[in-house]
Design a protein around this ligand. Structure first.
Ligand SMILES: Cc1cc2nc3c(=O)[nH]c(=O)nc-3n(C[C@H](O)[C@H](O)[C@H](O)COP(=O)(O)O)c2cc1C
Length: 210
């Protein structure tokens, strides 16, 4: 009974958008019907227009897990990172707010309420209405140095997470595009990031437009 009540509470909070506390996402569906890896590569492409439809909780859960969820008991993730630094912070922007994904607990924690998708869209205003926008922030504080090598490694790590998103979308019938465009300063301010926490790339995600 307790479990049912807590699941109901989570479902209500999630359906009201991204909320003011940590909410457990539904378990990633390891048996979901997706295309083969080869078909996903065949289908992978940049899509910049989406249907006017909110992402389901299960699709969001599976998407975040595929992006960089924990896939082994020792805390390692679906996405490799240099020296396992796990420096990529994944923020979810939607029409109701912004939340930070915790890959180990598979939860979303609200960090802002309100619609801030415009600062992720930046000068490409057509993205302002994407159902969700995943913003990948590199936390360089996790590296011992901020030298060129560390920056290269960070760029590769962020790129891998972004490509996980693209391939999951291609396999699961969702649409996305990796984007370097965004208002980095405004995002840093909103998320109260320090100068070593850099919004590097974002992936708007939605369903195909009919
Ligand atoms: C690092 C990177 C940054 C990108 N930035 C943007 C962007 O800011 N806006 C955009 O519309 N597309 C962006 N793209 C998407 C590319 O334009 C797109 O991948 C390219 O035209 C090839 O098309 P395809 O992805 O369909 O193969 C970016 C792609 C990458 C890999």
């Amino acid at each position: 009974m307790k479990k049912i009540l807590s699941l109901l509470a989570s479902a209500m909070l999630l359906s009201s958008g991204l909320m003011a506390q940590s909410v457990k996402l539904p378990k990633p569906d390891m048996n979901r019907k997706t295309s083969t890896v080869m078909k996903a590569y065949e289908q992978r492409r940049s899509v910049r227009e989406y249907a006017d439809k909110t992402l389901s909780q299960q699709d969001l859960s599976d998407l975040l897990w595929a992006a960089q969820g924990q896939n082994r008991p020792d805390g390692h993730l679906t996405a490799p990172t240099a020296m396992n630094k796990q420096e990529v912070m994944l923020y979810v922007f939607d029409s109701k707010g912004v939340a930070l994904y915790d890959p180990h607990a598979h939860t979303l924690t609200s960090v802002a309420t309100g619609d801030y998708r415009d600062i992720v869209a930046g000068r490409q205003a057509m993205f302002k209405t994407a159902p969700v926008m995943l913003v990948l922030v590199a936390d360089m504080n996790k590296f011992d140095s901020n030298n060129q090598h560390a920056q290269w490694m960070m760029g590769v790590d962020v790129g891998i997470v972004s490509e996980n998103i693209s391939l999951f979308c291609a396999a699961a019938g969702l649409c996305t595009v990796p984007r370097g465009t965004m208002d980095q300063k405004a995002i840093q301010q909103l998320l109260k990031l320090d100068e070593n926490q850099i919004p590097v790339i974002n992936n708007p995600v939605g369903y195909p437009k009919k």
